[in-house]
Design a protein around this ligand. Sequence first.
Ligand code: SF4
Length: 838
Amino acid sequence: MLIVAKHAGFCMGVRLAVNKALETAKLCAKKGLECRSLGDLINNPSAVEYLHSKGIKKVDKVEDARGAVLVIRSHGVSKEILEQAEKTALKTVDCTCPFVERLHESVYEYSKNGKPVILIGDEKHPEIIGTAGWCRGDVYILDSAEEVKNLPDNLNDALVVAQTTFPPPVFEDILSRIKERFSGVEYRNTICAATVSRQQEACEIANWADCMIIVGGRNSANTRKLHETCLKYCPHSYLVESAAEIPPHLLALRGAVNIGITAGASTPEWTLKEVVDIMNDIERNDQVQPDQTEQAETANVTVSDPHEHPAEPVIEKAVSQESTTVQVTYIDGDPHEESADNSPAQDAQEVPETPESALSADNVADTPEASLEEEAAPAEAEAPVTPKDLLKEAVDNFARIRQGQEVEGKIVQLTEDEVCVNIGYKSDGLMPRSELIDPDAKVGDTIEVEIVKVNDGEGNVIVSQRNIVRKHKWEEICKKFDSGEIVEAVVQRAVKGGLLCNIESFRTFIPASHVARNFVSDLNPFVGKTVKVKLLELEQRKRHIVASRKQALIEEREKAKEAAWAKLEEGAIVKGIVRRFAKFGAFVDLGGVDGLIHISDISWVRGVKPEEVLKVNSEVDVLIMSLDEEKERIQLGYKQLHPKPWDNVEEKYPVGAIFNREVVRLCSFGAFIELEPGVDGLCHISQISTQRVEDIESALAPGQMVDVKILSVDPHAKRISLSIREAMEDTVFDNDFDSDIPNIEIPEEDEPVYESSMATAFKEAFAEKLEAQEEADEADEEAVEETAEETVEEVDEAEETPEEADEVEEEVEESEEDSEEPEEGEEETDEDSDEPKE
Ligand code: SF4
């Protein structure tokens, strides 16, 4: 008979914590936040693994949860850690069990004024560590009565409290010893009711059972205490973390043995159910034994509730899917009596006096009495089956197979529909042909199979090879999930909420919000494509996956960034792609990380817009001027890799050379002509034409292209003097008056044919100039003096301001120069022509 404790599995506090944490994780996944738990949320490896698969990852320090949502475990933490968590994490979700919170409040209130506290519990248990952190005075931790003598003598005003899961009888014992020593101590029973009920029930079942299975994590204090309690009443008590740990000799038992099952407060339902199912299978196996068919048509799994549910069957659920015939009943009162009355193994009354001793495999094998009894036993078929016999048979057969187990077997029969595999068990394994992976497999081949069912109801073991492959693939996926690896998914179709994909044939869903970094309204273009995704959630039971392409893109970008940063160094010249322009510069992609060329570093020429120098998507060489990895700022230079416009200006624009350039600006004293971006020259008004120019705007206009001759270059002062007039003259000479011309006699009657209108203009201008020169020759010196005197008078009048005086003086000089007319062929030059003259 099998009895499962009613108070087995998650207690209220653990259930609350798990639900709250799962809700938090869901919300975090929705908002793209990280969810962390400070230590294991509860003390059970499989539950922790499940929570991990839901995105709740464990951190050991509060600092590791910076920027994440932090879940505080059900055991609680110290006041200081809680405060630190609230400051450090993005948000803190406190899942401390309300009973534990009450314990914290008790010790905090009591010790506020420095009074001591005696904590009874395991000093290494997180609940005790957390509780000690709420005590403001001295704290003494002990977990046995023997340790009371080690306490100091001044604890008369101490408060005594216990870990919420501490065994009540042990607490009573320690407390009475403390009270004997310190009569003035206050005490509070802080052991939670769930623990008390669980312990009491475990005692009762263990007292009745031949063998107890306690399901739970070895790191769970209350599971360990349950085990210790059960051992006192039932020496064959086994603590197992999962069904895989059920001792093999128990797997071979039959219904004549009373088996009790209980579980710790942090044991998830699925682990408990797995163990119950396996043990239930044993009961069912027993049913098909020909000698017991009559009395064991159904397996009796009894859920114990000796306190609250007397007599009638209350739970009507089937314990396992396969066990539709399994009856679940509560026992009334003493489990011993119930088993004696109702168990199919009623013959257990004939069981030897110490059936427990028979449950030890070693005992069966080694005890001489056992063999003597066996020898002495009559060999009749109707001989009563005792637990000892069952155990011996179990040990002899030692089948060691269970559901989900992987075993090696030899193909012994191969038909079109079915494959029969010898797995070394009393029955061969059967599987449909479709479950065989290798189409060329033949009789005699050794293959690996998974036990799907230990007994299909007809005594056959059902196996599968395909399951193993899928299982291994799933394990691989789980590993990738844990390591955060990016995997490939093939998009099958677009649905309303996202994309349905396949990862290694496992159904995968990518929510629409996780398809790309930005929202994508039409998902159809993704269908049929292979995309890289990050696994967000694994549904272990259904083997479904939730994945994010967006996350994968972000991570890949982050990696590329890291790689790019590792390569960058100040002063290096690197290649980049111009990505976009802004008012203040241009962004250049350096292979995963963007740098900025500030507008002032794009060109040596002021006022130039980025798009005038660079082109989007073009590759450019840039200089890394500065790096700030923390702020992710890279300052780049572009102009720095190009010569300054005034560098080598003398070579580029030698004196005497003529260039065709654009007039960019006019002013009263001349015109500025752009030789190249950033290099302008000045053509003084006197150098604009062969004729005197009064109004510059009548002679030139911005945008006009003109020939200019370089008169002088001063790279230090950044001045270049230009002359249109001389360029004009040179052009004429080049075209019409080159060295050959004097040797050519031009008949008077023949009109010379000039090649350019400029030459014509020059000729006319030249003629006028000659005429003017003649007139000037005729002018007497007196006229010159008069002019000078008049000008001097003007100077005197203009002495009111020095500037005006200067201007007039300059005019005087100019007029004097004008009066000194150049000789024929002599050209006017103005070395300082870039200085404004009035
Ligand atoms: S055993 Fe009790 S105190 Fe501990 S978590 Fe469960 S309900 Fe809370």
